[in-house]
Design a protein around this ligand. Structure first.
Ligand SMILES: Cc1cc2nc3c(=O)[nH]c(=O)nc-3n(C[C@H](O)[C@H](O)[C@H](O)COP(=O)(O)O)c2cc1C
Length: 210
């Protein structure tokens, strides 16, 4: 499917068929997330695919009882790891792109300018800055995943209204991870039109703001 068509076709799906989702399709969606760009190529995201009905029921409870979670055949817990923004791991990530020629940075520039600058290195600003930075990257990956889901004839609905702490406990996740949001996914049992958006004239500006 053309990307433009998939972008227009993607709408939040909140009613699901009970059909199971093929593993290859779930893998294709995950792969789209893996291919997403990220700050310094840090890729601070982790994705936990949940199909167990009991766990899904508990995750729905942790999301204010939302049916979109409760009735989904698959729920992907979209998680982050702030530790990926440690000096060492951010350096390794940046090296991985420098080594393939993405940036012409010397080791000296990397070590003494980039990794010593708050503008480039969130670890210098502490845990909150690293969490925000990780959260931003997860959203990019999830956006890619929602588009690939359309390509796989699947529906998704981003669920940010969830208790990350509760979901973390339900899924018994590693201590260093945090849960950012959930992505229920499955075959749609509805076919909604695209939802309203602000008109371009309120949002787009060329050269100057009138
Ligand atoms: C970060 C984020 C969190 C969201 N959380 C929820 C949620 O908890 N429950 C829900 O039903 N929809 C949720 N949505 C879906 C939005 O309501 C939806 O994207 C918006 O109304 C536009 O509709 P559309 O996705 O169909 O275009 C969320 C969307 C985003 C991007």
């Amino acid at each position: 499917m053309e990307v433009t068509k998939a972008i227009v076709k993607r709408v939040s799906i909140r009613k699901w068929k009970s059909d199971a989702v093929e593993k290859e399709k779930i893998e294709a969606v995950l792969e789209a997330g893996r291919r997403a760009p990220s700050w310094g190529n840090v890729q601070p995201w982790r994705f936990v695919v949940v199909q167990d009905k009991e766990k899904i029921a508990k995750m729905a409870e942790a999301s204010g009882g939302q049916d979109v979670v409760a009735n989904a055949p698959v729920v992907i817990a979209c998680c982050g790891v702030t530790g990926d923004f440690s000096r060492k791991l951010q350096r390794d990530a940046l090296k991985s792109v420098i080594d393939v020629g993405a940036m012409e940075w010397t080791d000296d520039f990397l070590d003494n300018v980039v990794l010593e600058s708050e503008m480039f290195a969130p670890y210098l600003s502490g845990e909150v800055a690293m969490t925000i930075k990780a959260a931003e990257q997860i959203m990019i990956a999830v956006a890619y995943m929602t588009i690939e889901a359309v390509n796989q004839d699947l529906g998704t609905c981003w669920v940010g209204a969830t208790s990350g702490t509760e979901v973390h406990r339900i899924l018994d996740l590693p201590k260093s991870w945090f849960v950012h949001d959930l992505l229920p996914m499955g075959y749609a049992n509805q076919d909604p039109d695209p939802r309203p958006r602000k008109p371009g004239k309120e949002l787009f500006f060329w050269e100057k703001v009138d």
